[in-house]
Design a protein around this ligand. Structure first.
Ligand SMILES: NC(=O)c1ccc[n+]([C@@H]2O[C@H](COP(=O)([O-])OP(=O)(O)OC[C@H]3O[C@@H](n4cnc5c(N)ncnc54)[C@H](O)[C@@H]3O)[C@@H](O)[C@H]2O)c1
Length: 240
């Protein structure tokens, strides 16, 4: 498939370019340059014309765009990037008759529930705590609506705390001093995106991904394994 991978310069996006690129023809899209990758488009997801032009000719889209951490203030662009930008991707995917839309969502869509809640793919309503989480909630609701209105095939992957287990850093380069039940390596998230891209029968579906014993108790990741054939390669020995 011809795949448009958005957020391709990012912590998850960059390994996803290489992993998905080994099986599919990947065009990278990001507001920043994508290092060591020639087939890249530099553009802002908030600009619909740019997004639709980038989407043309692609069979699928894998989205990993995230607004920077400090930008979710009311006067910052974070909500606009995550929500308006995401709506641009959905609409462009519809216009370009994309066959599969894979989105990197987040366990943040359930952070408004009590801590002992078992997290499932179909726990509704979504309940978010904080502005970033709210933007992830709105993304999922937009995606669900685009499936219901227009039949777009959409898979949402829900990781929790993504790290690079080799360099021991988080997405913003901060050192990792300890693991939590939600710890997962960025390459395992990228692998889940690939599995969701290749899965034959997705209507609208969300998938928790965990890589710790505590994570398996916290959410229905066993279902993700069964549905997508995904398993974490990097595992962390943390209980709840
Ligand atoms: N990092 C985590 O711990 C974590 C946890 C759960 C879910 N997620 C989700 O995983 C996904 C990937 O996160 P990440 O850690 O790789 O983030 P990241 O910040 O490393 O990467 C995001 C990419 O989006 C790009 N981007 C930002 N604004 C843009 C714009 N206006 N137009 C085009 N591109 C733009 C950035 O340049 C960057 O390369 C996000 O959807 C995030 O919500 C992350």
């Amino acid at each position: 498939m011809n795949v448009l991978l958005t957020g391709a310069a990012g912590f998850v996006g960059r390994p996803a370019v290489d992993l998905i690129g080994a099986e599919h023809d990947v065009t990278a899209f990001d507001i920043r340059p994508v290092e060591h990758y020639d087939r890249a488009i530099q553009g802002d997801v908030r600009d619909y014309a740019t997004v639709e032009a980038a989407m043309a000719g692609h069979d699928a889209v894998v989205n990993t765009i995230m607004a920077p951490g400090a930008s979710y203030r009311m006067d910052g662009p974070g909500f606009d990037i995550n929500v308006r930008g995401f709506l641009n991707l959905l609409e462009a995917a519809r216009q370009c008759r994309v066959r599969r839309f894979v989105h990197t969502s987040s366990g943040a869509v359930h952070t408004g529930y009590p801590a002992d809640t078992f997290l499932t793919h179909d726990l509704y309503p979504l309940r978010a705590s904080g502005m970033y989480a709210l933007s992830k909630l709105v993304q999922e609701e937009l995606a669900r609506n685009y499936h219901e209105q227009y039949g777009l095939s959409i898979a949402c992957i829900r990781p929790w705390s993504i790290i690079d287990a080799e360099r021991m850093v988080t997405t913003d380069g901060a050192p990792v001093h300890g693991y939590s039940f939600g710890t997962i390596d960025r390459r395992d998230v990228a692998r889940a995106l690939l599995c969701a891209l290749n899965a034959p029968d997705i209507a609208y579906e969300c998938f928790y991904v965990f890589a710790t014993p505590g994570g398996y108790k916290k959410g229905d990741v066993a279902r993700t394994e069964a549905r997508l054939g995904w398993k974490p390669v990097y595992r962390f020995d943390v209980d709840l």
